[in-house]
Write a protein that binds this ligand. Structure first.
Ligand code: ZN
Length: 242
């Protein structure tokens, strides 16, 4: 089965639609942060709901933008966007976000979380953090999001964890008996200085992952952000991928 891995969509309709058309797939796993920052939270929620993802968990922005929590610890830009989104969401879509399950979720040989398996709000940046997670009993392959940076941590053994940023479309094979922590990158707000929408396609039959980097209509997404009265840097950052 071909499974599309989507994370950090952040209300970016143009990026989401482009990724969904980029490759055929039979199932979707969504790693959280459907909304926040972008100007189309309702359309994004409705598209994801209609996709009927096999796995779907919440992100920190989903909690705050649906009013489940105050925007404590959010930057000024994130807070302003969250309050705008809370107001823009229909009651039905707000309620949908409020009821999203908390990660991690086990799906066969895979673990799916937003931040890290230990804490849905932890930013998993480096191998030292991954090493600290190896003590947890877990399926061998963990998919995570939250940092908006596409990266693969491959645990050769406890002393050696290779990390590889995913710069371009590429394919990798999940070797058996090896632990991986994999971030497919952000669909709607990449932060690795590459503005293309990022996602991944897992072929569960062959254990192959294809990383997708897809140009989309950034001008349209940015213009909507400006017209919505959201902070202008939220539009500007899309062009640079920061
Ligand atoms: Zn995010």
């Amino acid at each position: 089965m071909r499974i599309l891995l989507l994370s950090d969509i952040h209300g970016n309709l143009e990026a989401l639609q482009t990724i969904l058309q980029a490759t055929p797939f039979e199932a979707a796993w969504v790693l959280g942060d459907l909304v926040g920052y972008g100007a189309d939270p309702n359309r994004v929620v409705e598209i994801i709901r209609d996709l009927q993802p096999q796995v779907l968990i919440r992100g920190n922005h989903d909690r705050v933008c649906s009013g489940l929590e105050p925007p404590e610890g959010f930057s000024r830009l994130a807070r302003e966007a969250a309050l705008w989104t809370l107001d823009a969401l229909t009651p039905e879509n707000r309620n949908y976000l409020r009821t999203l399950p908390k990660g991690p979720v086990v799906q066969g040989n895979y673990l799916i979380c937003h931040g890290s398996p230990a804490d849905e709000d932890e930013y998993l940046w480096n191998a030292a953090q991954v090493e600290a997670l190896l003590g947890f009993q877990s399926p061998p392959v963990c998919f995570f999001g939250h940092t908006h940076v596409p990266i693969v941590f491959r645990c050769v053994d406890r002393q050696r964890i290779d990390s590889q940023f995913i710069q371009n479309p590429s394919e990798m094979i999940l070797e058996p008996a090896t632990r991986f922590f994999i971030n497919p990158g952000a669909v709607g707000q990449p932060r690795n200085r590459d503005p293309r929408a990022s996602a991944a396609l897992l072929d569960s039959a062959t254990g192959t992952i294809n990383f997708l980097k897809v140009p989309y209509d950034i001008e349209a997404a940015a213009l909507k952000i400006e017209r919505a009265g959201l902070p202008p840097p939220l539009a500007e950052r899309l062009f640079g991928g920061w």
